[in-house]
Design a protein around this ligand. Structure first.
Ligand code: SF4
Ligand code: SF4
Ligand code: SF4
Length: 322
């Protein structure tokens, strides 16, 4: 039997982008698989949950779990992986902070089912049947995972050793984490495996960011021809750089798109609150009417400031119903 460290990859409520990061290692994946044994990766292999159950506790060296926790199956397998693994890394912003799936916390399960299975114009469901956890079919009882009312981040259901945000994390981020783990150079447990500084510190456009920015009105990208050299905020365009952790090499800003905040906040910060404070400090308005006018081009403040971090935010959830 191979004595290489065993590694698992698993996805919960996720788009698959984090799994794509593993594939995007390209030929470097050959170095990775030379050094490790991938023993569980439902996206690319055909392991059964019984294979995982049969492993010894702690037998897997590292599990990378991506995606948020939305169903009972995701909670169950995450707990199983926790038991079987020495180290668990919350991989990607959905696992770390709820990510895009957590925007569903602005609704609740009842609203989501109603929209998805009854009201959506493409539905054909005259009896209004909603998903059930158990149903009888041809004499067999079928079970499905329970859909939770709330989207949770991974550390709401299991203990997480390390965090690697990003939507998705970059292949370089993944390779660095794997190499650090193989060399026994992982930092203290609980760490985020990325620099603890904001994106603006690295961004090329930082030099064009005045010390005192003043804007009279937030502008949507569709309203202006964004200058490809100047700081977005100085142009009145919301860029989440001041409230977002560095580590992605800012591909969006290089492509003349403002940062939407996918690497989450720096340590101990609430991403949305920090960004609202930044925006509040630069808007030039004397009264409530002027403030309303200044922010009128921002139709979705929760989705703008907490696009990836709602499960870990001060905002949390619209309503709790479990
Ligand atoms: S973090 Fe982004 S890329 Fe990864 S699963 Fe979530 S939505 Fe997809
Ligand atoms: S606000 Fe955006 S464009 Fe400006 S320096 Fe920060 S990351 Fe760069
Ligand atoms: S620039 Fe912002 S949105 Fe783009 S990858 Fe980096 S953190 Fe994510």
């Amino acid at each position: 039997m191979s004595d290489k460290p065993k590694v698992a990859f698993y996805w919960c409520a996720s788009c698959g982008g984090c799994e794509e990061t593993v594939v995007d290692l390209e030929e470097k994946i050959l170095d990775v698989v030379k050094a490790i044994d991938i023993v569980f990766w439902p996206c690319a292999m055909d392991p059964k949950y019984s294979d995982l159950e049969a492993m010894d506790d702690g037998e897997i060296a590292i599990s990378f779990i991506n995606g948020a926790i939305r169903t009972s199956e995701q909670e169950h397998i995450s707990k199983l992986l926790r038991k079987k693994s020495g180290v668990v890394i919350a991989f990607g912003s959905c696992a770390v902070m709820g990510g895009i799936p957590a925007l569903a916390n602005l609704k609740n399960k009842k609203d989501i089912f109603k929209r998805s299975y009854r009201d959506s114009p493409t539905n054909v469901n005259p009896e209004g049947v909603l998903p059930q956890t158990e149903t009888d079919l041809d004499g067999c009882r079928l079970s499905l995972p329970e859909f939770y009312d709330t989207v949770y981040k991974l550390d709401d259901v299991i203990e997480v050793d390390y965090y690697m945000p990003g939507c998705p994390p970059t292949p370089a981020n993944l390779e660095t984490a794997v190499q650090a783990a193989l060399k026994g150079e992982l930092p203290e447990k609980g760490a985020v495996l990325l620099p603890d500084k904001s994106l603006c510190v690295s961004c090329d456009r930082n030099e064009t960011k005045p010390d005192d920015i003043t804007i009279s009105r937030i502008r949507r990208l569709t309203e202006v021809q964004a200058d490809p050299e100047e700081c977005f905020l100085a142009q009145g365009i919301i860029c989440m750089g001041p409230a977002t952790r560095d580590g992605c090499e800012y591909p969006c800003v290089k492509g003349n798109m403002p940062c939407t905040g996918c690497f989450g906040p720096v340590s101990d910060a609430d991403q949305g609150a920090r960004m609202i404070a930044s925006i509040g400090g630069i808007i030039d308005a004397d009264d409530e009417g002027e403030v309303r006018d200044a922010v009128s081009a921002m139709p979705d403040p929760a989705g703008t400031f907490y696009r990836y971090s709602l499960s870990s935010s001060l905002l949390g959830k619209k309503r709790e119903e479990r």
